[in-house]
Design a protein around this ligand. Structure first.
Ligand code: GSH
Length: 220
């Protein structure tokens, strides 16, 4: 059955791969599933047709036959549940490892991504506020709190819990947003972890596919 995802018609990051369709593309590439992409403009995202797919008027969405999903956590989980390659097998031996990999997906989205988004928003949307300069170090330190903990847990392991999983995919994509801040470089093991994710052939294909849409075009 054909899978169709949505992505920005004009990406604010100009193809750096930070838009969240990249993590869905990456998951589909990891499990070797072909997909089509429907591009949506910022105004179309808030129109009834798109709101029927995504109640918050965002990208990405995921359509497969009668099924329509939004939220990258749910989409990547769905892909990982239906295709081998992103979660340990649900056998007697693998069930606990599978549950832990799913836990890392939630940790990436619920515990690590929020302070990183707060920092991105503080830099993008609050720079002109009189209190911005005073607040920014506090926001940065909240990111560091999480990275200290994540870095301590990862140690010198290759991935968060054994083999690469959907948990790593989600964590790497969440951490990538920190690159321009320089904060990720303060944690050599996390920088190397992100680089390992980016070196995966499936990631490279996903990145190239989104870049091909936006490179050289004005961002929206
Ligand atoms: N929690 C959502 C976040 C989706 C999201 O923030 N999408 C961004 C693009 S990366 C978007 O559509 N932004 C435009 C807007 O919110 O109007 C998910 O993980 O899917």
């Amino acid at each position: 059955m054909t899978v169709t995802i949505t992505a920005f018609e004009s990406s604010p990051d100009g193809g750096k791969g930070l838009a969240r369709d990249t993590r869905v593309r990456w998951a589909l590439e990891e499990v070797a599933q072909p997909y089509e992409v429907r591009l949506v403009s910022f105004s179309a995202m808030k129109e009834p047709a798109h709101l029927a797919l995504h109640p918050f008027g965002q990208i990405p969405t995921y359509e497969e036959g009668d099924l329509a999903l939004f939220e990258t956590g749910a989409i990547v989980f769905h892909i990982a549940e239906h295709h081998a390659g992103l979660l340990p097998d649900d056998t007697e031996d693998g069930a606990n490892a599978r549950a832990r990999a799913i836990t890392w997906m939630f940790a990436a989205l619920n515990t690590v991504e929020p302070p990183i988004l707060e920092l991105a928003n503080a830099k993008l949307l609050e720079r002109d506020k009189s209190w911005s300069e005073e607040r920014l170090p506090l926001v940065e330190d909240r990111v560091r709190d999480r990275l200290n903990q994540l870095s301590a847990r990862l140690g010198d392991a290759e991935w968060l819990d054994g083999a690469f999983s959907a948990g790593d995919l989600m964590m790497v994509h969440v951490l990538q947003r920190l690159k321009p801040s320089g904060i990720l470089d303060e944690y050599p093991n996390l920088s190397a972890y992100v680089a390992r994710g980016e070196a995966r052939p499936a990631y490279k294909r996903a990145f190239a596919a989104q870049l091909a849409l936006y490179a050289g075009k004005p961002s929206g």
